[in-house]
Design a binder for this molecule. Structure first.
Ligand code: GLN
Length: 458
């Protein structure tokens, strides 16, 4: 069996060497990784028996570094392993390596990684999306059939859409975050990637469930999510929020959305146009709450407890040098925005207001579901993968990549992205959003769309 893992790693290493590299991985399992795999995993049994798995580099692993894509954590070794990684290994998965990401998960293109951007396997001049761009690209390139990511505002669904694979963000509390390096704790969830809906659902099944080590994980039964694949959508009411097809939405993107809705109708679902009136507040709300929480979570990187230390004459100087050199520009921008939003005198105006808006966004969704809508369908992103470099100097444009995905995080509901064909020869995704704890229902809808549109592209 260690040979099996060694074989996968050798194959990926060969593909990622030299000019053809996508820069999808920040580390690959070495001899130590092989030893861990042979000691812990039972590849002959379990729901992920012998399956090579890629893990986003903000999930703690023992035998490989956990860098979060940050210079500050270069080479950092966690003293413990994330629950999701442990569960995947126990189910027989072979962890091949750690994937590239925007630093601490902050970004939508993987260009904010301190270790260089990941390229989109469909077009190497374009971004794979982010922040879990390495995981999405690894699955799209065929390096692995499944990968783990994290989704704070869309970081699983958006790269899944831009790389033409499936990405699931579960209900907040469904999956343990023990060992997921915190970005914005009230929004972060671990999510799964797969080339098929069934694979992404299977990995989710394995990692879900209550964990006493994560106070936000919820003790509720975990259904067999894979049972959702192949069920009928006959009679299901699909809500289509008008705010998610704005007038300026690219017409080819609009065509894809219309095609997806007709595929669902052909399969027996009925489509209901609805309104989620607070939708336009989602981005401003997210970009106050996420940076506010990040500014608090990232206070721990002071050069003492974690990672790299930049020397100075006194301790204050050491903190300053470490943070000045260790963090990239986007992370610093978020820390400043968040610190400002939380500061005395501004707290209520920014953070307080954002919390009130968050409540409205949640209420919008809850009312739609209470009115008989079973799932929502929206585009995952406003368009296909954009060229590398196009948005790096324009944070507002970058933030708008998440315009359709942040709502699910703010409300805590599950959502996924599934391929719905191409725009300009590049894959795009449709987003299915379900009520709290109803992942199975959205998996059923996604499987119907997968059949209609052929799923992950080659
Ligand atoms: N792109 C969003 C951000 O930069 C979401 C990131 C994420 O989900 N980790 O905050």
């Amino acid at each position: 069996m260690p040979e099996t893992l060694a074989g996968h790693v050798a194959r990926i290493r060969a593909a990622e060497q030299g000019a053809g590299s996508l820069n999808a991985f920040l580390s690959l399992a070495d001899a130590e990784g092989m030893a861990t795999a042979s000691a812990e995993a039972d590849p002959s049994a379990g729901r992920l028996a012998g399956i090579p798995l890629a893990v986003k580099d903000n999930l703690a692993t023992l035998e490989m570094p956990t860098t979060c894509g940050s210079r500050l954590l270069e080479g950092y070794r966690s003293p413990f392993e994330a629950t999701v990684v442990r569960k995947a290994r126990a189910a027989g998965a072979l962890v091949v390596g750690k994937t590239n990401l925007d630093e601490f998960g902050m970004g939508s293109s993987t260009e904010n990684s301190s270790f260089g951007p990941t390229l989109n396997p469909h077009d190497r001049s374009r971004v794979p999306g982010g922040s879990s761009g390495g995981s999405a690209a690894a699955v799209a390139a065929g390096y692995v059939p499944m990968a783990l990511g994290s989704d704070t505002g869309g970081s699983v669904r958006q790269p899944a859409a831009l790389c033409g694979v499936v990405g699931i963000k579960p209900t907040y509390g469904r999956v343990s975050r023990y060992g997921l390096v915190a970005f914005a704790s009230s929004l972060d969830q671990v999510g799964t990637f797969g080339r098929t809906v069934e694979d992404a659902a299977r990995l989710l099944e394995v990692i879900s469930g209550y964990d006493p080590r994560d106070a936000t994980s919820v003790d509720t039964p975990v259904p067999q999510f894979t049972d959702g694949v192949g069920r009928s959508v006959e009679g299901l009411v699909v809500g289509f929020p008008e705010e998610y097809v704005p007038d300026d939405l690219d017409t080819s993107m609009r065509d894809r959305v219309v095609a997806a809705l007709s595929a669902l109708e052909d399969a027996g679902a009925s489509v209901r146009r609805i309104s989620l009136p607070s939708s336009d507040l989602a981005i401003p709300c997210y970009y106050v709450i996420a940076p506010a929480e990040a500014s608090s979570n990232l206070a721990r990187y002071d050069g003492v407890r974690y990672g790299v230390r930049w020397a100075s004459d006194d301790i204050e100087g050491m903190y300053q040098e470490t943070r000045a050199h260790g963090f990239g520009l986007e992370v610093k921008r978020r820390i400043m925005l968040g610190t400002y939003a939380l500061s005395a005198g501004y707290y209520d105006q920014y953070y307080g207001a954002a919390q009130r808006v968050r409540h409205r966004i949640r209420t919008d969704l809850a009312s739609a579901f209470a009115d008989g809508v079973d799932v929502l369908f929206t585009p995952t992103t406003p368009g296909p993968a954009f060229p590398l470099g196009e948005r790096v100097d324009d944070p507002m444009q970058m933030y708008l990549s998440d315009v359709f995905t942040v709502t699910a995080n703010l409300a805590g509901v599950p959502a996924l992205s599934v391929p719905i064909g191409e725009v300009d020869g590049l894959p795009v995704g449709g987003q299915v959003v379900a009520p709290w704890w109803e992942e199975g229902r959205m998996i059923t809808v996604a499987a119907v769309l997968e059949r209609a549109f052929g799923g992950a592209s080659a």
